[in-house]
Design a protein around this ligand. Structure first.
Ligand code: HEC
Length: 89
């Protein structure tokens, strides 16, 4: 099911101009990204991420540490989700 979803997302994204899917970002984040840190890390006072490019880099870093095989679109969904809710760059 998950594979099917990923494939259909991929097909959609190559057919149409891709707009980040915040709902998917939230879903992926809650499924994969809350094992080591919770969301409070994104809004703590001395947070590491200080710009949008750094947010992209950090999401990729954590993703790669986890060994997730995400498409760029899924990375950008999660980046936009985090940016909208926490970072606001
Ligand atoms: C294997 C453990 C682990 C998992 C799972 C993990 N992270 Fe992280 N993450 C870390 C560590 C360690 C830090 C750095 C914490 C620090 O510097 O205090 C971090 C920091 C971050 C930060 C920067 C927070 C700040 O200070 O601004 C972001 C953004 C982030 N992670 C996103 C993600 C995303 C997105 C995922 C899911 C793909 C994810 N993380 C999954 C370990 C993890």
């Amino acid at each position: 099911m998950k594979i099917f979803l990923s494939i259909s997302l991929f097909l959609c994204s190559t057919t149409y101009l891709y707009a980040a899917d915040l709902f998917n970002g939230e879903l992926q984040h809650s499924e994969k990204c809350t094992g080591c840190h919770d969301s409070s890390i994104y809004s703590r006072e001395d947070r590491k991420v200080s710009s949008k490019p750094r947010l992209v880099a950090q999401v990729n870093f954590c993703k790669n540490n986890l060994g997730l095989m995400w498409f760029d679109e899924e990375v950008s969904d999660v980046v936009e989700y985090l940016n909208k809710h926490y970072y606001k760059y």
